[in-house]
Every structure is written in C-alpha cells, then in structure tokens.
Design a protein around this ligand. Structure first.
Ligand SMILES: [Zn+2]
Length: 333
C-alpha cells in the first residue's frame, strides 16, 4: 500500500463536499468556548472525541449544532477556515468548494456579515498564501421550513458577490428536495448553480427529485443511487458529479463498512465520483485520509485513484484553463 500512499500524497485534490463547521476540531471548540465563557457538555477534548460514535445522521447533527455554538464572531470563523486550509494544504488540496450553514448561525443571533467576512477573509488569504483556490456555497437546512430558507436567501442577497452556488443539507429523511423547489428556482433565477445532499440516508427517489425538481448540477453523496440501476445509468450518462464522502458514510452508518462502500461500483458503472471529507473533524479524517482508507478497503488501483482525482477536478466549478492545468498534473503524478 505504500506506493498508493505516495501517489495519493502527490495527487492534486479538489474538495467539493466540505462543511466548514464540520472542520471544528475539539481543541478549537474548547478554545472558543473558553474565549466566550461557554460551558460545554463534555469536560475534556478526549471525552468529547469519544462522543463521536454516532448511531445515525441525526445523532451527529445534534452534536454538530451544539459544537457550532462556540463560533460567535468574525475571528472565530476566520480561525476555523484558516485551520481547515492548513490541513487541506498538507493533503495537497489545490481547490476547495466550501459549504456553510447560514441558518445555524443566524438562528443563534450571529450576524451573517461576521460569518461571511470571517470565512471569505481566510479563503482569500488562503488563495494568496497557500495557493488554494475556492468557491463558497451557502446551504439551506432542509429540516427547517421553505419560508425560513426563503428569508435566509433574502438576507444573503447583500453578500451575493461572495457566493458561487447554493446547496441543501441536514436531516434528509422526511425532507425531500421538492420541499425547496421554489427556493431553488429563485436561486437559479439569480444565475447561480445549485447542488443538494441526496441519497445519503434518503432513497434514490430523492436524487431524482434533486435532479428534476431542483435542477442540481451535482449531487452530494448520492451513494444510494446504486440501488436503482436506471438512476445509476442516468447519472453515468449525464456525468452528474457525485461528491462521495466514504469515512462519513461509515461513521454515520449509511454503509456497514468501508469494504461495503458502493464507490467502486459507481465508478465501474461509469458515474462521475469524487472523494471528499464532509465533516472531517467529526468523521475521523480529512480528504487525504479518505483517499488512503478507501483505496485500501476497496483495493483501488493507481489508475482508479487518478481517475477519482480527475473527476473531482472536472466536477468542480473551476475555469476550463484551471481544470486543464490540474488534470495535466494528475496525469503526471
Ligand atoms: Zn455533507
């Protein structure tokens, strides 16, 4: 496996599925809690980390939203994003398309200007000093109402110059994509592309809804497409990028084990698949670790690893010229 690890280290990587709030490491959580005088439910970093043994998506989300409460001002969002960028750099990430959840913060009375300015400030510095290009994608929380999403979109209009698209995340089952058809139509009317989490815990029909009702250009997760041969064939035919997060899927029990993960089957079926880290502070590894563990568990070949990295570049919102440069680097790796 050593050769694979070397190749993985060399591959220029893109992250297309990364929630910045999900990069909040316990150490920083304690740091920020101290700064703001917040008492956490866990006494130590170790006991907090031990709680990251999730029964399902909801169990994770409960802890995730509680953790995000320590993020209160612009400096917190800057620090959070900068810490992620340093880890991304170590994994040879050359481009990151980052999600954040405006409603998680506005619901706590945090000014969205602090959230956006903190994240964008770090991303801008990261591009300058670390060479990591970026896109920023606010996500609507699907467990909240359509009206709440609409109000959030209105509130975000003043920052629109920083956003490159919109997405949909949070508790999937019972909150189908069609709940947000009108919100997404409005985003598209603004000229921005849309993406959505679908087919993580939810059924393949949610993926079809995301494509047909929301008109997404990418599906986040999408792994349950493997249960529907017709849908898998469509995804392959239309080359809809699936931003897959293997360690997340294991940790949230969307799959029974990494060995049972459908990533290789989707790849073999001709789907456009990429490897991403989702909420790496909670799921046991950043993008490099996702590559390494997946390569080992699914016995991926060097060619397959290069294909995955290339699909990630092609599925990004980079310019054609930037894509061509990274694709040449992957071919040479
Ligand atoms: Zn996600």
């Amino acid at each position: 496996m050593q050769n694979h690890d070397e190749l993985i280290a060399k591959l220029p990587k893109t992250e297309l599925h990364l929630h910045i709030e999900g990069t909040l490491e316990p150490e920083m959580m304690f740091d920020k809690a101290r700064k703001h005088g917040i008492k956490l439910n866990h006494g130590t970093v170790e006991s907090l980390r031990a709680a990251y043994d999730f029964a399902n998506l909801q169990a994770f989300l409960d802890l995730y939203y509680a953790g995000a409460d320590v993020l209160r001002d612009e400096a917190d969002f800057y620090d959070l994003t900068w810490a992620y960028l340093l880890r991304a750099k170590a994994d040879n990430v050359v481009h990151a398309e980052i999600f954040f959840d405006p409603q998680t913060h506005s619901a706590r009375g945090i000014a969205l200007s602090d959230v956006v300015n903190g994240i964008v400030g770090a991303l801008t510095d990261g591009e300058q000093h670390l060479g990591i290009t970026w896109r920023l994608i606010p996500n609507f929380l699907r467990h909240l109402s359509e009206a709440d999403a609409m109000a959030t979109l209105t509130e975000l209009q003043q920052f629109m110059q920083h956003f490159h698209g919109f997405g949909l995340d949070s508790s999937e089952v019972g909150h189908p994509p069609s709940k947000f058809s009108r919100v997404f139509a409005k985003v598209r009317a603004l000229g921005l592309p849309v993406v959505a989490h679908a087919g993580e815990e939810g059924p393949p029909s949610y993926i079809i809804e995301a494509l047909d009702d929301l008109k997404v250009t990418r599906i986040d997760h999408g792994i349950r497409a493997i249960e529907d041969a017709g849908l898998t064939a469509r995804l392959a035919r239309e080359q809809i990028p699936l931003t897959v997060c293997p360690l997340s899927n294991v940790r949230l029990r969307a799959v029974t084990s990494l060995e049972a993960h459908p990533l290789k089957r989707l790849l073999t079926a001709g789907c456009s698949v990429s490897i991403n880290s989702d909420d790496p502070a909670y799921f046991g590894g950043y993008v490099g670790e996702n590559y390494r563990q997946t390569a080992k568990a699914l016995q991926l070949t060097p060619e397959e690893l290069k294909t995955l990295a290339a699909m990630s570049i092609r599925g990004s919102w980079l310019s054609d010229a930037a894509k061509a440069k990274h694709l040449a680097d992957i071919a040479a790796a």
